[in-house]
Design a protein around this ligand. Structure first.
Ligand code: C2E
Ligand code: CA
Ligand code: CA
Length: 723
């Protein structure tokens, strides 16, 4: 005959204990306890044999439910069902008891049949789940299941309390993505592979490994005071490096070092998990130890997570704008939309305190959509008020780029507000590209082909190689702040910065320098021929109303103006073109000749006219930096074209400025002027299209050779640095 199962009755009143005993006696062995303390004594001694506890609610309430709390936090006790015996009118207490983990309740007076029936049922159920839980191994990976791992780990710690053990949690970065992209079968295969290398390393150190669920694994291993973590990280990640999947897979580790058995195993595992969560998304950190700071940060994060959805509904997120300026004319040239959380208690919160968390928990997708929508709404609003707007850029988080319907969402957003994709710039951070190049490049290429302007954010903060720039679908390079803010006097830094700016220009990319805070930095960037800047020196991110004021005040249109500048030696006339344009200097004593050229080039250039050679040289002396090309008449009174050319070529400031000489056909001065250093020759009377073609060719050629000249020394010094 099978052995009788045991029930523990905890009841103050002896008569009641006796009644219950009589009801259950036939089928069960019934033990009695009259207080919580006694109950624990019995449990500790016989916990393996006790199938159920009946507990009087009066005792439970007196002790603040501490019996249940303690039972539910201790491994083996956790699995023993507790049923509460209540008075008929104690609903509140019953609910509380159930919330602390009691499985059921009976009310007095006792109804024997019902009690027996329910007790049988609960015990049966427990037996079958125990059977299930006793399957020691996780079916997929063959590691211990969570429950078994817990109990093994506890045994280990109890048996050798004097020894130091570490609890290690391992997590696959972006695992969900593998499942989403390649399907669950591929995901399962990866889990097995990772589990296998994890198990090997943990077992080789004399520990146990288990699977907590999903892509989270846990291990416990003796810590001999040696630094095993680096080895563990390397072994597993190196095994992964040859794993056949086009996506790079990275696993990370969190380590908790318990002191004795003060915490439950579950809590220890939680802490190791916190530690690994704290480095999610930090792509160059592969392991972390739990510390109090992580603990309180995670608590804070949990708080934010619980508030975020409501905050979005309540419109607590606001879009600020930080203008970008054109260094050539100090005019506003664009702006970046930056989100702020205006929290009812905490005030204005900066995005660095919540964006990384939202990127981890996926909420960033919702927030970004909100920001894009509100930004477009504002642009529409400003447009409707009649302001000339500047392109506004929004941030597109890494997580967004993996979203297969990102392009649809963005198209929908712009068209909803009657805008076109060209009016919205998308800032995509550099690390996105390096993390998973192929997939991201495809996605970004698609966005670009739809007309969005792509800015690569934080360039230089990650490891994207310079030669990758050529292949990436981008229009604008945003230089990471560190370039500008690092020790400005350091030679290498300066060289690298100017090298990148030259390279970007060469690749036809516009450059925005971020984090410009001082006048000195502005000057330095100007000298390096950087075009756009963003930073506190010009303006901090501001509320949309303030940005609107700024837009309003910058509306004065740069009308075509003509100014006359008088030098000692003659007259200079400047035809300033709309927008920011390069300067062309035309030197000719005959007004009508100049007028034809001005007419031809005024759309493309700010055209400066000089009516004699001397004044031209004087102007060149002061403005050589602005001038892209000179059109020079050869035959002029006093200082003729040959003299101007000679002077220009002697002077290092004007040495490289391309010069096209203009002269009557048949004057035969062509070869002479080329010998003097002219770049090309145009014959009068002018043919408009030939003029344009010649100028374009000469400018392009000059740019190329300048590039080469500029790049060579920088390249050389770079080579020196890397040597
Ligand atoms: P980011 O995209 O690199 O944005 C530039 C950050 O530099 C902004 O910080 C800006 O306020 C700050 N900044 C600008 N000029 C200067 C300066 O001269 N000196 C210094 N020290 N800092 C300057 P912010 O607004 O705190 O934003 C931080 C980051 O949060 C952003 O970095 C961006 O990655 C993220 N972020 C902000 N708004 C959004 C958003 O709507 N969506 C997403 N996905 N990310 C956002
Ligand atoms: Ca940005
Ligand atoms: Ca940036």
């Amino acid at each position: 005959m099978a052995e009788k199962k045991t029930i523990l009755v905890v009841e103050e009143n002896a008569t009641n204990r006796k009644i219950l005993c009589r009801i259950l006696n036939d089928e069960y062995e019934v033990l009695g306890a009259e207080s919580e303390g006694q109950a624990f004594d019995i449990l500790n001694e016989k916990k393996k044999n006790i199938s159920l506890v009946l507990f009087d609610i009066v005792l439970l309430v007196i002790d603040g439910y501490s019996f249940l709390k303690k039972c539910k936090s201790e491994g083996e006790l956790q699995t023993i069902p507790v049923v509460v015996i209540a008075q008929n009118n104690s609903d509140i207490d019953v609910v509380k008891a159930l919330s602390f983990g009691a499985v059921d309740f009976f009310t007095k007076p006792y109804k024997p049949k019902i009690i027996k029936y329910r007790v049988d049922q609960i015990i049966n159920m427990r037996d079958s789940t125990r059977l299930f839980n006793n399957i020691e191994r996780d079916m997929l990976t063959g590691l211990y299941t969570k429950e078994v791992f817990h109990s093994r780990a506890r045994d280990l710690l109890e048996k050798k309390p004097y020894k130091q053990y570490d609890v290690v949690c391992m997590d696959i970065e972006n695992f969900k993505l593998v499942n989403d992209t390649y399907g669950e079968l591929e995901g399962d295969r990866l889990l097995c592979f990772v589990a296998d290398s994890f198990k090997k390393i943990i077992l080789s150190k004399g520990g146990y490994a288990g699977r907590l669920g999903g892509d989270v694994f846990v291990g416990i291993l003796p810590c001999f005071g040696q630094n095993y973590e680096v080895e563990m990280v390397n072994v597993v990640n190196e095994a992964l490096s040859s794993y056949p999947l086009s996506m790079k897979i990275v696993v990370k580790f969190g380590i908790y070092q318990p002191s004795g058995l003060k915490l439950t195993i579950r809590a220890m595992c939680d802490r190791a998990k916190f530690a690994v969560e704290s480095i999610k998304g930090k792509y160059d950190v592969l392991y972390s130890f739990y510390n109090e700071e992580i603990g309180s940060r995670l608590q804070e994060e949990q708080k934010i997570t619980s508030e975020m959805k409501l905050a979005l509904e309540m419109k607590q997120f606001q879009v600020y704008f930080q203008p970008k300026y054109n260094l050539h004319n100090d005019k506003i040239a664009g702006a970046e939309a930056l989100v702020r959380w205006v929290h009812p208690q905490k005030g204005v919160m900066q995005p660095t305190s919540f964006i990384p968390l939202f990127e981890k928990n996926g909420f960033i997708t919702d927030l970004d959509r909100y920001v894009w929508d509100n930004t477009c709404k504002k642009i529409r609003d400003w447009r409707d008020k009649g302001y000339k707007t500047v392109p506004i850029s929004v941030n597109v988080s890494r997580t967004d780029i993996y979203n297969p319907v990102l392009a649809d969402i963005l198209m929908e957003t712009v068209s909803k507000h009657g805008l076109t994709p060209e009016e919205l710039h998308l800032e995509i951070t550099e690390t996105s590209y390096t993390e998973n190049p192929k997939q991201i490049i495809n996605a970004v290429e698609n966005l670009k082909s739809l007309g969005f302007v792509i800015e690569m954010d934080d360039f230089g903060s990650g490891y994207s190689s310079l030669n990758m720039l050529n292949e990436l679908p981008i229009d604008i390079l945003k230089l990471d702040m560190k370039f500008i803010q690092n020790d400005s006097h350091e030679r290498n830094n300066k060289n690298i910065l100017s090298f990148i700016i030259s390279l970007a220009k060469w690749l036809d990319l516009l450059v925005v320098a971020e984090g410009v805070e001082t006048y000195e930095q502005v000057q330095r960037l100007r000298n390096m021929d950087c075009t756009y800047v963003q930073g506190y020196y010009y303006a901090k991110p501001m509320a949309s109303e303030d940005f609107e004021e700024l837009l309003k005040s910058s509306q004065v249109d740069d009308e075509e103006v003509s100014t006359k500048v008088y030098f000692d030696t003659g007259r200079i006339e400047v035809n300033i073109a709309k927008g920011e344009k390069k300067t062309m200097l035309i030197v000719d004593d005959v007004e009508i000749n100049r007028a034809v050229l001005v007419e031809t080039f005024k759309e493309k250039y700010t055209v400066v006219e000089a009516d004699n050679g001397a004044v031209a040289l004087e102007y060149l002396n002061e403005h050589f930096e602005e001038i892209e090309i000179v059109l020079l008449d050869l035959i002029m009174p006093v200082v003729d074209g040959f003299q101007v050319l000679c002077e220009m070529r002697k002077n290092e400031n004007t040495h490289n400025i391309p010069v096209i000489v203009t002269s009557q056909a048949g004057e035969n001065s062509e070869s002479k002027s080329l010998a003097f250093g002219a770049s090309d020759f145009i014959a009068k009377p002018y043919d408009r299209s030939i003029c344009i073609r010649r100028v374009e060719n000469v400018v392009a050629k000059a740019k190329l050779s300048l590039q080469e000249q500029k790049l060579r020394p920088i390249l050389n010094s770079l080579l020196e640095i890397f040597d």
